[in-house]
Design a protein around this ligand. Structure first.
Ligand code: TRP
Ligand code: SF4
Length: 328
């Protein structure tokens, strides 16, 4: 039996290079050695977007198109939409009974978001319970491993604590998952900050070659380089950070930049070519999928059926354990 991997992503519409290097390539790689479950966390999106839910469905669809176009393979992985599996909600409810408020209130992501999100009121019951829903997502499939970025580690730890507490009350039913920390190959956006839709600094997986060239040429670089012969500091340049991902001759570029022997225009052009080339197969797949959207619906339907079997099994064990139904 292969170990089970599970991860989810909130539906953010079309995806960008940050998603690709921060999560998706790793997800695709894990398909080789694990039984993988990947899902659209649309209920999680509602914890912040409850007043504006009109885009969630389309964003989910667009996100799944991008998942498939970068190599998530429905023959290897179970791909589905969270809200189509009511068992997640049912387990979330049962877990909420045993989760102390203090565990949620001290969660660093919770405190940070309360401070940062100013455009929506997230002083809600649902938002406080975000990590309980995430715990339900994971525990309902008895996942062994969960690939996540560093920011999600507290949620994973909370999931483990909730599982332990459940098991201590009702018997050993739930599996404590382990995190697989995605090593963060930094993917800076055009302003040098982390690539993010809300910063408007992204290169999308669906950007045309022209878009990509334009966006790369608009990137900030080392401000010390006014003339192509000025000596540069590649380590502070976002273009260089991307070369580290996309180019084989990184050392050469580093030396040329440091010695002032390459101009930023040329350096960016080299990078743009590499990115464009690497996205060619992705674009081909995106085109095919968009021509035939029924394929996506089929994949999600199969995913729901497959995931549903596991979810139903766990929920039944859980209900017996908490004595809401008689054990046989
Ligand atoms: N909270 C995760 C994020 O924002 C998304 C998510 C929801 C998730 N449920 C999950 C990730 C279960 C891993 C496992 O990235
Ligand atoms: Fe950045 Fe390249 Fe310009 Fe150096 S030459 S500052 S690495 S864009």
């Amino acid at each position: 039996m292969r170990e089970r991997v599970l991860s989810g992503m909130r539906p953010s519409g079309k995806l960008h290079l940050g998603h690709l290097h921060g999560a998706l390539l790793n997800w695709a790689e894990l398909q080789k050695n694990f039984d993988c479950f990947y899902f659209v966390a649309d209920w999680h999106a509602m914890t912040t977007e409850y007043a504006n839910t009109g885009n969630i469905k389309q964003d989910s669809f667009d996100m799944v198109v991008d998942w498939l176009s970068v190599g998530l393979d429905p023959k290897k992985s179970t791909i589905f939409v969270q809200s189509e599996l009511p068992e997640h909600a049912e387990l979330h409810l049962l877990l909420s009974m045993i989760t102390p408020l203090s565990w949620l209130e001290r969660c660093p992501t919770y405190k940070e978001q309360l401070r940062e999100i100013k455009t929506r009121d997230i002083h809600t019951y649902g938002f406080l319970g975000y990590p309980v829903l995430q715990a339900a997502d994971i525990l309902i499939y008895k996942a062994n491993k969960v690939p996540v970025g560093e920011d999600q580690l507290p949620h994973l730890e909370l999931t483990r604590e909730i599982a332990r507490r459940f098991n201590s009350f009702y018997g050993k039913i739930l599996t404590e998952p382990k995190a697989i920390l995605t090593k963060s190959s930094k993917t800076p956006g055009s302003d040098g900050r982390k690539m993010s839709k809300s910063y408007n600094n992204c290169i999308y997986l669906s950007d045309t070659p022209e878009d990509i060239s334009k966006k790369i040429s608009s990137y900030i670089t080392d401000p010390a380089r006014i003339h192509p012969t000025d000596k540069g500091h590649p380590d502070i340049c976002p273009i260089f950070a991307l070369h580290k991902i996309y180019s084989e001759n990184v050392k050469e570029i580093e030396d040329l930049c440091k010695k002032g022997e390459i101009g930023c225009v040329k350096c960016k052009k080299m990078l743009a070519e590499k990115i464009i080339k690497s996205l060619e197969p992705v674009h081909k797949k995106q085109k095919e999928l968009k021509k035939n959207p029924a394929v996506i619906n089929d994949i999600l339907k199969n995913g729901r059926e497959k995931a549903g079997k596991f979810a139903a099994q766990t929920i039944s064990e859980v209900k017996k354990a908490v004595k809401l139904i008689n054990s046989d």
